[in-house]
Design a protein around this ligand. Sequence first.
Ligand code: GAF
Length: 375
Amino acid sequence: MAFPDNFTPDLVVDSPGRINLIGEHTDYNLGYVLPTAIEKKITFKFKKNNSNKQCNFYSLGFNKGFAVQLDKIAPSAVEWENYILGVLNEILKRTDKLRGFDCTIESKLPMGSGLSSSAALECGLAFGLNRLFGLSLSNMDIVKLSQRAEHTYVGTQCGIMDQFASVMSRQGHVILLDCQSLEHQQIPIQIAPYKMIMLNTKVSHNLASSEYNTRKRECEAGVQIIKERYPEVNSLRDVDTAMIQEYEGNMDPTIYSRCSFIVTENQRVLEAKEAIQENDLKRFGELLYQAHEGISKDYEVSCPESDFLVDFTKKYEMVLGARQTGGGFGGCTLNIVHKDQADQFIKEASAAYKEAFNIDLEAFEVKPSAGTTIR
Ligand code: GAF
């Protein structure tokens, strides 16, 4: 599809990726998460095209585009198009004010790296169209409709964390989000003299979507069992350590491991929030290591590449903690590394990873950044 060379946008929107400091797979279990947006982002340029229903999209990264009519929205066989089509479909359910537009998309967010390029794509589009056509959607509407788009058009039954972080983040803060009530607190975070270094494994095992939905079902199965004795339990959020321990040896071992990971992970999020508020980065780092252990052994959403990188950090005294971040099966690890050793650490991790997997590691620093913005 040809896109006009003289594209002068009416509106430019920056939509960031996110990291989750801790609290993995707790969102769809209605627990706690601690994410923030990062500087890496997707930029959208929008222009109304005076047609009633023709929408033209062009991805600068893929060098590919597609066109769609607003009265003919349906899922596509091309995966990335579904994030866009799903959002259009959700917006059309809520308003009849949408008209034709042209849109270019330029991503600086590595796909499949656990930094939630998908939420950035969904939320950036919804945010831009809201402004361009005066749709009167709140930020929370944008978060929810973007999550819904992923359920209906992409097929991942994701929680709300990624979309929430992409839209609601504030520079220099992490969000403590209660995924049940959706109440949240912006927590200022001071990482210096340490840095948050991401190591991108560059693997994204294609189990991710199917296993994600399986984990969700396993947690729901656990809730049904616990409910027989504790009828007040509606999600793993309502289960404490003593309760879950009663089921050790009295429940399918896989279901038990999944549930006990979620119960302890929720507690780690709350402890991590306190550690950050007290500037106790050592404690925060220990919690990251514990979280990774659970991700790998109990929830089984890690992979050899992520495990290798997390184990590798343990020989460095100036690394306080590390863990795989995001949905799992690859993507990035988050590492809390002293600034004086960051370059050396990256060099040695890259060499070791290359030798073990013959893959060139990608490393970059992240800083807590603002959510979706209009430029
Ligand atoms: C993915 C999902 F989209 C999130 O909702 C969350 O469950 C995460 O995996 C795991 O914590 O990013």
